[in-house]
Design a protein around this ligand. Sequence first.
Ligand SMILES: Cc1ncc(COP(=O)(O)O)c(C=O)c1O
Length: 466
Amino acid sequence: MYKQLASDKENIEVLLESVKQLTTQHFQQVETIPTSAKPQEVKNYHLPEEGIGAEAVLAQFKTDYQQLMCGSSGPRYWGYVTGGATPASVIGDWLATTFDQNTQSVQGRGDVSAIMEKETIQLLLDFLNLPKTFFGGFVTGATMSNFTCLGVARQWIGKNQGYDIALDGLQKPVQIVTGMPHSSVIKGIAMLGMGSTNIHKIPLLDGREAIDVEKLEDFLKQNASDDVIVLSSAGTVNSVDFDDLKAIATLKETYNFWWHIDAAFGGMVACVEDKKHFVEGWEKADSITVDCHKWFNIPYDSAVFFIQEKHQKRQIETFQNSNAPYLGNPIEDFSYLNFLPENSRRFRALPVWFSLLAYGKKGYQEIVQRNIDVAQKLTNYIETSEKFELVAPTRVNVVCFKVVGLSQEKQDEFLQTLNSRRKIFITPSVYLEQSCFRAAFVNWQTTEKDIVIAIEELEETHHQYI
Ligand SMILES: Cc1ncc(COP(=O)(O)O)c(C=O)c1O
């Protein structure tokens, strides 16, 4: 064995002790870590002939990069929709790496990872109040979950039209209708060869990011519905608006379309008493996307798809790894590789299993409610401030706002200045054609005191800038 490999194995306890200390320090100090890193150039690296061993690499990481790791897992990083990592999920993630299971094994044959994955899916369905008629699995993120669900939808449509898209390729256009999809859904449609220009946008309700269901029904009346995919949003990325899922569920009783819901983070309202009506009816969907690295606060990368079990045949046709006879019959010899895009993949269920069991329904409800409350606190400040104004209503956990009386160029500069102070991090967005700043609250550590800091930062930047 190469000398550095042998000595790293010999010293594993000492090495991991150093990593444990670094991780502990991160958990203790994440609140003070700057929320963005200063711009850096890519260094010109050359791979040395001789390895230097893990201890020396760790020292190099500490010197060269540790200080540049931004506080994106901390309480005041509100850009995009960025979750953190709960303590239990970090433990699960470390152990997923330690045990390095081969999740493509056939269920129950020498490996328990598929069984734990199925169990974890049940925990998630319980938490989200979804029925066990859904079959689920883990992929890297909501983008891949949307892709997976839409891949099965595409196959279902081909079969309705009398051909097999997995075998013969796409031969007729698929009709895709939607109101306000996330960009990743459009990317998924492009990757699946269905053509993003085939997306038919149905008008939105006035002043909303939600589809006009009457107009959707008009479309369904005029088109044979069994070659239609209806894409719904359960939480748009800007204003966390929800399509009327209950009304769309009712349409499904009359029209035979495939219904996919992107509930990447908005699905979490299922656990909040006065918000859960937003997802009423979603159990009737054919497929649903939920991210775990957002509001579930699981480390990257982690998301799930839920697809109704009745579509299992179409799912297998889409993803079957059919050239490997040793893998057997996909139903009797169950392996996840016949049900999703990847073959080999990491044991993503483990960190989710750890975190769900560690904190339970109540723990997650508390995180979600606290994030909703802090979003409201920031909203209250903006509503009463003469310096800032809301651009969208705060429905759940995202606040869209801007500075009063500044040109677009100056708004952009303001946001850059605010972020360059490195105490909070917010990303720009466009809400119904209006540019704005957008703060998304999904981190398990964010509390009211972070909003106090944010208000100070906004006031000081305003003072410095105007
Ligand atoms: C509604 C929605 N769908 C999909 C995505 C894409 O998620 P991911 O980056 O995990 O692929 C996002 C990301 O913010 C989102 O908000």
